[in-house]
Design a protein around this ligand. Structure first.
Ligand code: ZN
Length: 113
């Protein structure tokens, strides 16, 4: 990959990190314990708890993705970005465009699953 391509990936990863961090803060706010005394309006407590469960699931997914994006950013700095962690070959650009935080190439990913 050229430096120019790398910098495009770096910027898009940086943007995703900023977005994810914002959404994580927002979700953390929503996942605070529901106080029994709080007025939920038309929403019943059960519905509020259900929604909280969904938000918690999204929150944990976002945290995993954030970790991956941050380590991709680290790999760009170290100059190892775009190399498959399994076989050491270059991960295709198309895959990186779709999944910038990808750590393994498609053949290795398919072997694993
Ligand atoms: Zn591979």
């Amino acid at each position: 990959m050229t430096d120019e391509q790398i910098s495009i990936f770096y910027n898009s990863i940086k943007e995703s990190i900023t977005e994810l961090e914002k959404s994580i803060i927002h979700l953390e706010e929503k996942c605070k314990p529901i106080e029994p005394s709080i007025s939920l309006g038309r929403l019943t407590r059960m519905e509020a708890l259900g929604e909280k469960g969904i938000n918690e699931a999204i929150l944990s997914q976002n945290r995993v993705r954030l970790d991956k994006l941050k380590s991709s950013q680290q790999r760009i700095i170290e100059g190892t970005y775009g190399k498959c962690l399994q076989c050491g070959k270059d991960i295709s650009e198309g895959r990186l465009k779709a999944v910038p935080e990808a750590m393994v190439c498609i053949p290795c990913k398919e072997k694993k699953s």
